[in-house]
Design a protein around this ligand. Structure first.
Ligand code: DGJ
Length: 710
């Protein structure tokens, strides 16, 4: 609900309020974001008009005022949300409240059913810059989505060199910022910093959102933990260069700007032209757990779309770590035949099926099947796989081209170039998606393959970052090109399950999730490494978005030996699957796989769509753990993993969360029964079994009729 009362706007979400005030001088001020307050006007806290500060003709000193979309250069010298020409001064012009959301044109954004938006227009008389600030609140959610549209209404060109999606100013700085950083194989590890005076940028300028820094940042009160304290989230619905800039100013206030990274950005608007920023999803939670559950719910309902967004995901087997590119049709069929017997539901053919692709130095761009390897062609192979009772899925990397390819030989001008020979990464170049003919080629080539066989799943990979960009602002245009391609392919195949991938999880963001409801979380499938990666990822993204596979032991990336049970338990906490040569396994492991696929069918609805609670922080101790609770609190699944084996280690008290305190639950493995409040307050003692079992799991089910008062 959006309420205007006097000079204040109250944006009321489920349990949250976002308050904007228009000052008497006509500035749009940020007043409050956090736990819900009544939409009753209150007095302005107007301090800081002190003599040594710059004041404008209207007497205002913007350096001292918390604003919704600050500018630089007149009376505010902090880092602005927007900057154009010689600096702008934006003043309130008018407002509008609409049902639903404004259209963000070529950018993906949250679904707007059951939402209401406030659009505030600001204008700068001198430059002719006009800015529309969009704010949306949603039924049944505490999230506020923001974006901005900048229009040049003047005669002179307007050169924008920064245009953030959202800016929020807090009156204090006793916060810890949390972001999710890493590298290939080590994505989204939790990093925490106490804020200090100065400017801190959490940013990436590699073309894709990147595995170095995820476009999601949290600010939390120093004392806030999983279960309480003010926590604020800034998540971008964007897959390109991004930046969250945190400035603690001379008075100890904190300004957070979140949006496109200004470092390599510039856009010139001619008269009448507009620029739209990506959307920023602002979240608030009383505790990190509540904040995450708010994002999980929002992503599942309003970011992921298409027929697979609410469906249970199939158990898959992918041939990558089993065969790499060294396979033939018989090998694939032998894996698929056994997979069907073990209860696996989807067979995915990874890299190496097209052109002359026997190694990673050729053929990207030539999306025609290699019939030497697959004599039946894709259609024939899909039929055989379907005949075994499995769905068939296929890998692509359509944004790329190998210099050794038919496509490159025909169109060397289609790659991104700055003038010098472009850098190769993994022997490949990036196609210039800003060119309409390149987008058209990709859309047609991929659609032709998808229409040629019964392909029910696509893994969309992107294995390098962008270099040699020809101009500032290029990466933004590339990202728009990527989204246009997504529109042209995903939307014409609404029943195909798409999984995003980028050398593992290097493009794991809400922009990608608007098209593909799941993403390959990391190439690192060592379950202990995955405890860190999946734990870090869970702060912003629900388990339904995380691809999570059992691979061989010792793990190919870490050489760590771990049991099939440990590998299965951790993988069962995401979209479950296998990525190893099952034809080489012993009977015991094959039996374990049969049990795991059955368990996955039992648990996946709960894991993918339940409420997620973090229990143990692996970045702060030897254990990592979490649990999922069904919406009606009738079922729960708990998974705890131990990082290092310690002989005669201490017992661990496991206090569960999110259960119904008045219900009695049965542990489905031991048959033991416990009351919900006992499990959450007293807890249980857990001990890890001896051997290479490094996980403890628990499945709980409410005993019908057990709830007090029933
Ligand atoms: C990187 C992905 O993360 C892997 O899973 C695999 O698909 C390879 N690319 C294939 O080249």
């Amino acid at each position: 609900m959006i309420i205007k009362t006097g000079n204040m706007f109250f944006l009321q979400g489920r349990g949250t309020s976002y308050v904007i005030r228009i000052s008497e001088e006509g500035y749009v001020l940020h007043d409050y974001f956090g736990a819900e307050i009544a939409p009753e006007p209150y007095a302005e806290d107007k301090r800081g008009w002190w003599c040594m500060q710059a004041t404008g003709a209207d007497g205002a000193c913007l350096d001292e005022i918390r604003q919704e979309y600050p500018c630089y250069g007149h009376t505010d010298l902090r880092r602005p949300a927007v900057n154009a020409n010689r600096g702008t001064v934006l003043k309130y012009k008018d407002y509008e409240i609409i049902d639903g959301k404004p259209d963000l044109k070529r950018l993906p954004s949250a679904l707007g059913g059951g939402s209401e938006s406030l659009i505030i227009t600001l204008a700068d008389e001198l430059s002719g810059a006009e800015v529309k600030l969009n704010y949306t609140v949603f039924e049944g959610s505490g999230i506020v989505c923001r974006s901005a549209v900048i229009t040049n209404t003047g005669d002179e060109p307007l050169v924008i060199d920064r245009a953030f999606s959202a800016s929020i100013e807090f009156p204090c700085s006793d916060f810890v910022e949390m972001h999710f950083s890493g590298s290939w194989g080590r994505e989204r590890h939790v990093v925490k910093n106490e804020l200090v005076h100065g400017i801190y940028e959490i940013e990436n300028a590699r073309g894709g959102s990147g595995n170095q820094i995820n476009p999601f940042v949290i600010l939390k009160d120093k004392a806030a933990d999983e279960d309480g304290g003010d926590c604020y989230g800034f998540m971008l619905v964007y897959s390109g260069d991004h930046c969250t800039e945190i400035e603690v100013d001379q008075r100890g206030r904190t300004r957070v700007n979140a949006g496109i990274n200004p470092f390599m950005f510039e856009k010139t608007l001619v008269k009448g032209e507009s620029f739209t920023t990506p959307e920023c999803i602002l979240g608030y939670g009383n505790g990190l757990g509540e904040l995450s559950r708010e994002y999980h719910d929002f992503i599942r309902k309003r970011i992921c779309r298409g027929s697979w967004s609410r469906k249970e995901r199939p158990v898959l087997i992918n041939n990558w770590e089993a065969t790499y590119m060294d396979f033939d049709e018989d090998k694939l069929i032998s894996i698929a035949t056994l997979a069907a017997e073990l209860g696996i539901e989807l067979f995915v053919l990874d890299d190496g099926w097209f052109g002359k692709r026997d190694n990673d130095r050729c053929s990207l761009g030539d999306w025609t099947v290699n019939t030497d390897k697959i004599p039946s062609g894709l259609s024939g192979l899909a039929k055989k796989i379907n005949g075994l009772g499995l769905k068939f899925g296929l890998w692509f990397e359509p944004e790329m081209v190998s210099p050794d390819s038919e496509l490159y030989r025909a169109h060397p001008d289609w790659v991104i170039r700055s003038g010098r020979e472009p850098a190769l990464i993994r022997s490949q170049l990036v196609l210039d998606l800003t060119k309409p003919e390149v987008r058209e080629y990709i859309i047609n080539a991929v659609n032709a393959v998808l229409n040629s066989a019964n392909i029910e799943y696509v893994k969309w990979d992107m294995n390098r970052y962008i270099t040699d960009m020809p101009r500032k602002g290029f990466n933004y245009e590339y990202t728009l090109g990527f989204y246009e391609i997504m529109d042209g392919i995903v939307n014409s195949h609404p029943d195909i399950l798409f999984e995003g991938c980028s050398s593992g999880g290097a493009r794991f963001d809400a922009g990608v999730l608007c098209y593909m409801p799941q993403i390959w979380t990391s190439d690192d499938t060592d379950p202990i490494e995955r405890v860190y990666i999946q734990y870090g990822t869970s702060f912003g993204y629900p388990p339904s978005t995380m691809g999570s596979h059992v691979t061989e032991s010792p793990n190919q990336h870490t050489r760590r030996h771990l049991s099939m049970k440990t590998r299965g338990d951790v993988s069962l906490s995401g979209n479950f699957g296998y990525e190893l040569d099952i034809t080489k396994l012993n009977e015991a492991d094959l039996e374990a796989i049969k049990e795991q696929t059955a368990l996955c069918r039992e648990l996946r609805g709960l894991v993918e769509y339940g409420d997620f609670y973090r229990l143990f922080d692996p970045f702060d101790g030897n254990l990592g753990g979490w649990m999922s609770v069904s919406g009606d609190k009738s079922r729960a699944y708990v998974c705890i993993a131990r990082v290092l084996f310690k002989p005669n280690s201490y017992y661990t008290r496991l206090k569960l969360k999110g259960l119904d305190k008045n219900s009695r639950y049965r542990d489905l493995d031991t048959g033991k029964e416990y009351m919900g409040d006992m499990l959450m307050n007293r807890g249980l003692l857990i001990e890890f079994p001896f051997g290479d079992f490094t996980t403890v799991t628990m499945r709980l089910e409410r005993i019908e009729g057990s709830t007090s008062g029933e």
